[in-house]
Design a protein around this ligand. Structure first.
Ligand code: 3PG
Length: 402
């Protein structure tokens, strides 16, 4: 590995900036955390820092979305998991955060509030400019070491990720270390045909990655489900009414262009499940009418996709096939995961939702690599250099030449 790890530093007595990714699924009605896998993982790195003053920082959701909440609930969950006090301050770069960090003692853990409360964290910067942000200028001087462990957001050039390693020693935390090592190993044995099963709702991000996956020989077949599946069906003219999603015209146009350029790569659902009076109703895509809420793929689609998965050399699956948290609408997600777990291919399961589903169905043991990262992992597989990994490599080089 070209990056430093926690083993390269003496951590005792140090004040550590620990950038994690505790961005969890949130119930839109109650605002409660409904999947805690990413918080569970943070505990792994914290175990190596028992004699340090640790300041955890993370984002949660995107400004304006229903999952954009403060970090107080995360502190409670983490405290319960660690069985150790986790302090929380409702601040990121202000006086309250500053004073609380200054007052920490060895063995203390503090969680700051949602990083995206700070405007700068909602923009991408070059590492050089990220180091000049008010966030980095104010906070960096309080720390001895920057530990980057937010692999699920490794594709973001935000100040909390690329700014701090510019101005202080930096290394990967245990999650990032494990992800980078395992993925490097997997990529050396991954073989064709490469089958990518893509679902979920972050459509603009996915569209960008799809082109790179195809161009770089990482996707021979792309099997679409979830909101992105709906977008492609709309682009094919198989759904004939607006989906009512953000940036709809733009994403449908991009999907249309991709289908035109790579006509043999994409498969879209032949049947879906819709929700009517809280019950699951399966239907052929041709029978869909405006207003119908698509919540899963249907059995014919699962059968068709499973055949392609069974003859793959490598399978990468990311994003649920539908609203899998809802009773009765997890069938597509479960059955596709089952097909992946039975396949003889090298298998990678990605994203918070699917890792939670795998655990729920007891299929974890049959998968080669399981990662809570979604978009970051898709981009990694395209061969793109992720900003967080680049930042860690540069920080390591700087230490070697110092
Ligand atoms: C994720 O869940 O993919 C990461 O936490 C990054 O979140 P973002 O897509 O809102 O930057």
């Amino acid at each position: 590995m070209k990056v430093r790890t926690l083993d390269d530093f003496d951590l005792a007595g140090k004040t550590i900036y620990l950038r994690v990714d505790m961005n969890c699924p949130i119930d839109p009605l109650t605002g409660d955390i409904i999947g805690t896998k990413r918080i569970e993982e943070v505990a792994e790195t914290l175990h190596t820092m028992k004699d340090s003053k640790v300041v955890l920082v993370s984002h949660q959701g995107r400004v304006g979305n229903s999952d954009y909440i403060g970090m107080n609930k995360h502190a409670v969950v983490l405290e319960r998991m660690l069985n150790r006090k986790v302090k929380y301050v409702q601040d990121v770069i202000g006086v309250a955060a500053h004073n609380t960090i200054k007052d920490l003692e060895d063995g203390d853990i503090l969680l700051l509030d949602n990083l995206r409360l700070c405007a700068e964290e909602n923009y991408e910067f070059t590492p050089h400019n990220a180091a000049k942000t008010i966030m980095v200028q104010r906070l960096a001087k309080l720390f001895d070491l920057c530990v980057l462990d937010s692999f699920p957001s490794a594709h973001r050039s935000h100040p909390s990720i690329v700014g701090f390693p510019q101005v202080m020693p930096a290394c990967a935390g245990r999650i990032a270390e494990r992800e980078i090592r395992n993925l490097n190993e997997i990529m050396t044995v991954a073989k064709a045909p490469h089958v990518v099963v893509l679902g979920g709702a972050k459509v603009p991000d996915r569209l960008e990655a799809i082109r790179l996956l195809i161009q770089n020989g990482r996707a021979d077949h792309i099997l679409l489900t979830g909101v992105i599946g709906n977008v492609f069906m709309r682009a094919q003219g198989r759904i004939r009414y607006p989906l009512g999603i953000k940036f709809e015209d733009d994403v449908v146009r991009k999907a249309h262009r991709l289908i035109g350029e790579y006509p043999d790569v994409f498969s879209t659902p032949v049947d879906v499940a819709v929700r009517e009076n809280d019950t699951r109703l399966e239907m052929d895509v041709r029978k869909l009418v405006e207003g119908e809420q698509i919540v899963d793929v249907g059995p014919k689609t699962v059968e068709h996709y499973s055949k392609i998965i069974s003859s793959a050399g490598t399978v990468f699956i990311s994003g649920p096939a539908g609203n899998f948290e809802m009773e009765g609408f997890d069938v597509g997600t479960r059955d596709l995961l089952r097909a992946v777990s039975k396949s003889m291919a090298t298998t990678i399961v990605s994203g918070g939702h699917l890792t939670a589903a795998l655990k729920k169905y007891g299929m974890d043991a049959h998968i080669n690599h399981i990662s809570t990262a979604g978009g970051a992992l898709v981009l990694y597989l395209t061969g793109a250099k992720l900003p967080m990994i680049q930042a860690l490599e540069s920080a390591s080089e700087r230490l070697s030449t110092a």
